[in-house]
Design a protein around this ligand. Sequence first.
Ligand code: FAD
Length: 118
Amino acid sequence: MLNETLVLCCGDSVILSDPITGQGCNTASYCAEQFYETLIAHKESPWDEQVGIDYWSRSRTYVTAVTEWTNAMTGLLPEHIVQMLMQAATDQETADRVVLWFENPLKANIVNTGLRIF
Ligand SMILES: Cc1cc2nc3c(=O)[nH]c(=O)nc-3n(C[C@H](O)[C@H](O)[C@H](O)COP(=O)(O)OP(=O)(O)OC[C@H]3O[C@@H](n4cnc5c(N)ncnc54)[C@H](O)[C@@H]3O)c2cc1C
């Protein structure tokens, strides 16, 4: 809220993703879509904090997964992830699983010390 007026932002203005995970445009598009859905759902209601809460509720799970995964990938990788990336070079099934992290960041889940792969 800024001077009691709701200000909503999306994409790079609030979610910073390193290009290494290639999620910048995907995340910006996803946020824009959720923004649109929120505006449609609230087209008859006042422009207040509840609109912002609804927008965050819609986008939170996805954007949190993206940013946590990005942070993990730009840091020191856990050994089992390094092994998996090496294995992906020669094993198509593993490579397909790795690609899914990019298609759907929810597939790559961070648990405290590193990535947990579903
Ligand atoms: C070198 C580079 C490589 C990248 N590679 C990838 C990639 O491979 N894959 C990927 O997914 N993402 C990549 N990204 C990230 C991706 O480009 C961004 O995440 C994405 O464009 C963000 O979209 P956005 O709409 O949030 O912001 P932007 O695309 O930055 O759009 C913001 C817009 O707001 C306008 N604006 C700013 N201030 C004002 C103002 N005061 N009034 C009116 N308009 C204003 C700007 O002119 C701009 O048009 C890359 C980025 C860079 C820089």
